[in-house]
Design a binder for this molecule. Structure first.
Ligand code: SF4
Length: 285
């Protein structure tokens, strides 16, 4: 299943991507639509909690390396350069990622390291536009469908394809979801997802001390801002000259070309900077 086939099916039967995703899931796994929606509803609740928790109270990571930034940013937010929607998304992305680093409960979407991007985009846009829970669940179904295509044709793990496969995929999922949330077409959702992938291509996985903290937490911020700008372009009617399926193919090839040192081994990139090495030493002691 690729985006091109899905767009043909959506066009033929005038389907939203979320409707296609729901039908596909029921056919593949023999689960009723009600059960699937209920599962997504529970995931949405976990997302809401993790997106709020570290904004309300400072949360430290288990290693002690990171934490407190979601709280700090929330205090500053009224002065933000980014406006209400984007600054809320930034705060939510920080919160989910800090909850993950503190071993709290998050929804891996598609992975724990990139867990802040989809919730931040969906929750911030829904909050600023006053959108209801049903629409948010549809947006998550749409995000899941995009993630499924990337997983089938490329990969979703930093160890396999670098951070482009984690934060890049999450950004594409979020971009498509926001387009659906705001009434865009399936074609616009895939345009947004393609733009988000194009802007993430080549992003390496280089976690300091091998922990999903530095640079992961802030990459979730970059991922959600990328997603929102990609969704905005698509909603304005701007197309991606490279179709989504081709961007996934590029992501797959670039991932395979990345050296092992830049695929979650902490043997390159930021992990081997002077500061990165010093932080890793600090934890050992
Ligand atoms: S840097 Fe690596 S571990 Fe961190 S979020 Fe990106 S892919 Fe995941």
């Amino acid at each position: 299943m690729n985006a091109s086939e899905i767009l043909t099916a959506c066009c033929k039967d005038s389907l939203l991507l979320s409707t296609f995703a729901l039908r596909h899931e029921t056919e593949q796994n023999g689960i009723s639509e009600a059960v699937i929606r209920n599962r997504f509803d529970r995931m949405l609740t976990v997302m809401e909690t993790s997106a709020a928790e570290a904004r309300q109270n400072p949360v430290r990571s288990v290693s002690g390396l990171t934490g407190g930034d979601a709280f700090l940013y929330e205090q500053y937010r009224s002065a933000s350069l980014l406006g209400e929607t984007v600054s809320l998304a930034v705060a939510c992305a920080l919160s989910c990622s800090e909850i993950n680093a503190s071993m709290g409960k998050i929804v891996a979407c598609p992975t724990a390291g990139s867990c802040g991007i989809v919730p931040a985009a969906v929750l911030a846009v829904s909050s600023s536009k006053g959108l209801d829970r049903e629409k948010q669940i549809n947006a998550l179904l749409c995000a899941g469908l995009v993630g499924q295509i990337i997983g089938e044709h490329a990969c979703l793990a930093g160890a396999q394809g670098g951070c482009q496969a984690e934060c890049g995929s999450a950004s594409a999922m979020a971009a498509a979801a926001v387009v659906e949330l705001l009434g865009g077409s399936p074609e616009q959702s895939f345009d947004a997802a393609a733009i988000a992938i194009k802007n993430s291509l080549g992003l390496v996985c280089d976690p300091v001390a091998g922990l999903v903290e530095i640079p992961c937490i802030k990459r979730n911020v970059g991922g959600v801002v990328n997603a929102l700008s990609a969704a905005d372009l698509a909603l304005a009617g701007i197309h991606s000259r490279i179709p989504f399926d081709d961007t996934v193919d590029a992501l797959n090839r670039v991932g395979r070309q990345l050296p092992t040192s830049l695929r979650e081994t902490a043997m390159g990139g930021l992990a081997t900077t002077a500061a990165g090495i010093q932080l890793a030493e600090q934890i050992k002691q």
